[in-house]
Design a protein around this ligand. Structure first.
Ligand SMILES: [Zn+2]
Ligand SMILES: [Zn+2]
Length: 100
């Protein structure tokens, strides 16, 4: 996953070592990894959605910026998962975040 700019200040977010949380889920049969990045100067979240398509081809969608409070719950939830990279995990975080 490549670094991408914050849409508020153009500061570079990423690489993945700087992300605050991530989780891999199934979304309509495709594997999707959602990563949350927080831009300190802007106090906003940017969300990167990386989709590994079953039918072939990857895509990356970047969403945001979102206000600081908007993603707190999702990030806290994602952090409760013992293995966020395991899309087969059935913990509460995976169940809730997988339905988005
Ligand atoms: Zn920023
Ligand atoms: Zn889980």
């Amino acid at each position: 996953m490549d670094p991408f700019p914050c849409r508020g200040c153009s500061a570079e977010l990423g690489p993945s070592t700087r992300r605050k949380a991530f989780i891999s889920v199934f979304a309509q049969g495709d594997e999707e990894t959602r990563s949350w990045y927080f831009c300190e100067p802007c106090r906003v979240w940017m969300i990167e959605e990386y989709t590994d398509r079953f039918m072939g081809g990857d895509s990356v969608r970047v969403q945001g910026p979102f206000p600081e409070t908007a993603c707190i719950d999702d990030v806290a939830l994602a952090k409760t998962c013992p293995d966020p990279g395991d899309k087969w995990c059935e913990c509460p975080a995976h169940q809730q975040l997988g339905n988005m």
